[in-house]
Write a protein that binds this ligand. Structure first.
Ligand code: SF4
Length: 495
């Protein structure tokens, strides 16, 4: 079931919600062009929206392709929020936006005859909806029914949410005194076709020594900042890019400094990433420093696909890197795969799953291909695979995880994902990665260092208010302005 490509002009009195309404259209169509309240060109289809408020009721109507849908909602009463105007406005906006999105969703569902697996949900963290309902006093089963009824989420997906929340609740919840640490190595050997990460190809590696010098300086400032702000270290993650793209000496230096400056975390993860960058020497460094969790990411075990997506390694290299790590005693290895890669059908993905099943990783992350704007796949206008094929691949991933005794423990969604699916992390009991949950659920303060890393502070005062301090993404600019990056974090953590 391929999605039709359309050009759209939306006439709406609520142009502040235009982007969200476009996201709803993208659940059903590939939207090639999108305009709001402007003159329609002759090839564009028209979506008409009316919205009226009468007392405490809001009435919303959409019209498209000769069909209309009208819905109503009860708005929050201003007097119930006495002295809390900001809170009232948030609740008001939320209800009116939700009304508009659901009305448009129901209309498009009727017009197209399609039902997206996640219903009208377009946000990246559906688990938040379950947590909100739990906080409001519902049971987990009631919260599950709520997302089915309110957002038309399928039973399969609401079951997945329920299982994930059960797994997350088994783990220690972050406290406001705790912080995770993230260290970014924005270099990769080559650029994957689906990647939009603003990293650098390693090339001749000239930028790496000045980058490491700047990063190590920022890490020293970061460690001091954690001490001053009184945060206790929770989980640490070295990611990228590909941290193992550094040579053995650079990798050794980075990891020695990481463990010296940030000791005492309850979890250390290093993304070894591309299998062709993993050497015995780098694994020995990690083993000696007691880094417990590593990630070796084949993405697919089909060599033809690896070539097409520009990964520059083979399936055999992924297998050899995994077996070497196992033989050296690593007992917490994650593998990432992607469903829906160019040229792959369900049989290709089944082959990847057969290889994964034979290797028995301790955790498995099943991504669904998302076409990001700045990726090569987007530039080459690669079409996402058919929704039914993507769904079958995702099912095979879940089945493999099940056969390996892995439980789903975190989930996130992205825009433009094949078949409107999701990314899910599965893990053996006791091997779920705290950092992955923390970053997705946005419940933990994160001190992040390196180009492109985004620090965030979670404030306990008002419903998990979050403030962020992003580092610049360009490596050369980062090297030049690292002192400013450190100052941004000081403001975030100490003010
Ligand atoms: S390894 Fe990851 S960060 Fe590097 S190019 Fe590929 S997708 Fe992008």
């Amino acid at each position: 079931m391929r999605m039709d490509t359309i050009k759209v002009v939306l006439y709406t009195p609520q142009d502040g919600f235009a982007n969200e309404l476009c996201d709803v259209l993208k659940l059903f169509f590939v939207v090639e062009e999108w305009q709001v309240n402007s003159e329609a060109d002759e090839n564009a289809e028209i979506v008409t929206h009316t919205y009226e408020e009468c007392g405490e009721r809001a009435v919303c109507t959409f019209a498209f392709r000769g069909e209309t849908e009208q819905r109503e909602a009860v708005l929050p009463a201003e007097q119930d929020y006495e002295g809390q105007n900001e809170k009232y406005l948030v609740a008001y906006k939320r209800i009116s936006k939700r009304l508009c999105k659901v009305t448009l969703y129901e209309l498009l569902k009727r017009v197209t005859g399609k039902r997206p697996p996640w219903g009208s949900l377009t946000g990246i963290r559906p688990t938040r909806l379950i947590y909100e309902r739990l906080e409001a006093g519902l049971t987990l089963e009631e919260a599950q029914r709520y997302v089915e009824n309110e957002f038309d989420v399928s039973r399969e997906k609401s079951d997945l949410l329920r299982r994930i929340v059960i797994e997350q609740q088994k783990l220690p919840a972050p406290s406001v005194e705790e912080a995770d640490v993230y260290i970014s190595i924005p270099f990769c050997r080559t650029r994957c076709a689906y990647c939009s990460f603003p990293g650098e190809a390693v090339g001749k590696g000239k930028l790496i020594p000045p980058y490491l010098e700047a990063l190590l300086w920022e890490m020293q400032q970061g460690a001091e900042l954690l001490r001053k702000s009184g945060h206790k270290l929770r989980a640490l993650y070295v990611g990228g890019g590909t941290p193992s793209a550094l040579n053995e000496e650079q990798f050794h230096l980075l990891m020695e400094e990481t463990m010296r400056l940030f000791s005492g975390a309850c979890e250390y993860t290093v993304e070894a990433g591309r299998p062709d960058t993993i050497t015995r020497g780098k694994l020995e460094t990690l083993k000696r420093l007691n880094v417990g969790r590593i990630s070796i990411n084949p993405q697919t075990m089909n060599d033809d696909t690896l070539r097409v997506i520009g990964r520059d390694h083979t399936a055999q290299q992924a297998e050899e890197a995994f077996l070497m790590a196992r033989e050296m005693g690593f007992d917490d290895i994650n593998m990432d795969v992607i469903a829906g890669l160019p040229g792959e059908n369900a049989a290709h993905f089944a082959h990847t799953m057969d290889c994964i099943r034979a290797l028995k990783p301790d955790s498995l992350t099943v991504h669904t291909l998302a076409i990001k704007r700045s990726s090569r796949l987007n530039l080459e206008k690669y079409p996402l695979p058919d929704a039914a094929i993507a769904a079958e691949m995702v099912r095979l991933g879940a089945q493999t995880a099940d056969e390996l005794g892995l439980e789903p423990y975190y989930l996130y969604r992205q825009k433009y994902m094949a078949g409107q699916q999701q990314n899910v992390g599965y893990a053996r009991p006791g091997k779920a990665c705290l950092y992955n949950i923390d970053i997705m659920e946005e419940t933990t303060t994160i001190l992040a260092m390196g180009a492109g890393a985004i620090s965030k502070r979670v404030f306990p005062d008002r419903e998990l208010r979050i403030e962020r301090a992003p580092n610049v993404t360009n490596v050369c600019v980062y090297i030049d302005r690292v002192q400013e990056m450190a100052r941004r974090k000081e403001t975030l953590f100490l003010d």
